[in-house]
Design a protein around this ligand. Sequence first.
Ligand code: DUC
Ligand code: ZN
Ligand code: ZN
Length: 479
Amino acid sequence: MSVFDCVIRGGTVVTAADTVKADVGIRGGKIISVAEKLDDGKNIIDASGLYVMPGGIDSHVHLAQPAFGGPAMADGFESGTRSAIAGGNTTLIPFALQPRGASLRQSVIDYHKEADGQSFCDYGFHLIITDPNPTVLGQELPALVADGYTSFKVFMTYDDLVLNDRQLLEVFDCARGCGALVMVHCEGYDAIKFMTDKLERAGKIAPYYHATSRPSSVEREATHRAISHAELTDVPIMVVHVSGREPMEQIRWAQQRGLKIYGETCPQYIALTADDLKGLNMDETGGKYVCSPPPRDEANWEAIWEGIRSGVFQTFSSDHCPFYFEGPQGKKNPKARTSFRWVPNGIPGVETRLQILYSKGVVEGRISINEFVALTSTNHAKLYGLYPQKGSIAPGFDADIVLWDPNRKETICQELMHHGADYTPYEGITVTGWPSLTMLRGKVVAEDGRITGEKTDGAFLKRSLSPYAVPQGKPAWDR
Ligand code: DUC
Ligand code: ZN
Ligand code: ZN
């Protein structure tokens, strides 16, 4: 009888720490052995010329979400997770959003109904807190954290989602009490509203003005405010989807003061610019790129690289938040044509995250391949309570593996995508490096763009408390 169900033979194993020529032996969905030569496998997968890396973990995706009050999303769990595995990912952490006035527990139950039996990869849930009333803070949140929903997101903008400063402080304080990690969307609500009204009155309604309405200063101010609240309450926070220099410098400043402030950035901030929102001469095609914070410019790409290389950012996520371009639910629906204010906010990207970072980062010599693995897999597992089950290649870890072809050159296009959206914002970008096989807990679920897994393969992940969410000292009122 064979010792291993499967041996991945002849590849180069890459983790956040090491790069080594080795075989990987798998049994019962787990990695059992990583050694120079392993023979005894029922199945042998030839990985010569390929990197053997931990499957991508994308800790920032939106699936089946009631689109911030607007049109329906282009991806539920089935198409979103299919797209994820085709792109070399094995775990997603989407959001369970609490509509205002609703029970948080009920919202989580509803998202489970969306995901159960509909997921090609493993998944957990972050919670989005929109209504931090005493029942939510005193009862529902602590109970949900104990049940494995160990992180939540709060918003500093959007009519349906925004929390005021007092509410932010209350949520931070509650997170500290239950040991949860808070993700913060840092853009200032009033400044955006003010700018939007001014632009609309001046007739500036094209999608491009979405970017004008929320400039870097608006993101910088909110980032600083969130950091100050985190310091006051003594709670670590993750600033998500950082778009450029100004917010990056705020996070770096906080980190240099010894505060546990973490940073996330995304492909759109190294591959798209605000000029993309101009579309074909300021028409509605620019709506394809409407997301928040908006893409900036190439000088800001450089600042993002500075933040990646110097460790200001721990995670590189897609912020996959897909909408259609065409049709009544699309980004150019009749209402959206009356003002950028109504263009659904978000872009697809879960399937192209790894390729964009690998190509622009590793191939172009900006980061090492080990940093690539840390930014796309290991650090997500560590920050969000999935380590040491997920995020590395070593005995005891789930056999979640991507075989990566470092030489495959592709031009990203909609025809290659498996998502529900009818476009990709990265159309026409040529990348070097592409996933050739994705394995979830020992099962090959995607191979060369072909889906071999099933929508029942994915399992819910009850996550541990993040070791990175441990408070540092005392809150300001207790020092
Ligand atoms: N924030 C997100 O995190 N995703 C999409 C839109 C947004 O504002
Ligand atoms: Zn956000
Ligand atoms: Zn998001």
